[in-house]
Design a protein around this ligand. Sequence first.
Ligand SMILES: C[S@@+](CC[C@H](N)C(=O)[O-])C[C@H]1O[C@@H](n2cnc3c(N)ncnc32)[C@H](O)[C@@H]1O
Length: 236
Amino acid sequence: MISLLSAEEIFEGVYRVPDPRNPEKKLIATCNLTPGRTYYGEQVIKTREGEFRAWDPFRSKLSAAILNGIKFLPFRAGVVCLYLGASTGTTVSHISDIVGETGKIFAVEMASRVAREFVEKVAKYRKNVTSIIADARQPERYQSIYGTVSIVYCDIAQPDQTEIAIANCKRFFAGGSESILFLVVKASSIDALKNKRLVFEEQIRILKVGGFATLEKIDLEPYDRNHAMIVARAAH
Ligand SMILES: C[S@@+](CC[C@H](N)C(=O)[O-])C[C@H]1O[C@@H](n2cnc3c(N)ncnc32)[C@H](O)[C@@H]1O
């Protein structure tokens, strides 16, 4: 049966679709690059424009940032992204939908058991995803991707994650106009006793010293109370 539902594109590759269970409600979603296959129990919505996967803001901080009004989202077809902290691939799977067959995601994960699950559940079904089992503190281990990357996404919940993200950007950015860092900051991983706003401001200062201009800082409440998303552009 042909669906009567219709998807509205809000950023390239990111859509607002009606929830078939409650048409008053809208979900955000990506167009499934692998129709018929889902990755984390996400809802599938069939529309006139094709099959979409609902992007759960409680499971993915990038989805939460979009719902909370992020203004700049440079993921699009053909983009190459270095993703630090792939885990089992919830967010990677949606970015993979957006960058499409001409794009690429190099997904770094340090925990080998988690990385194996990521390969079994996600990477092996998506040709644009390459799994790298490595510590993001040792970018020399994946030096072969040098000079290809225009977006670094970092979600590793480490106390020194801002410094790790900067080191990866400096090593791998291709040097075009769009050298963008998405930094997911977990306040309690950096300083559990400090006010989280101060922790977020401190990361923006570290980025500035490292040569980055912060474009946006997005709070992720009510989806996530302990994280913020910082989007920053590298000065060349
Ligand atoms: C919060 S989870 C990431 C969730 C994922 N980004 C998502 O949205 O689906 C953090 C992940 O980073 C990984 N990690 C932590 N430190 C790391 C490091 N130094 N290098 C690579 N991965 C790391 C952890 O093993 C964990 O799987």
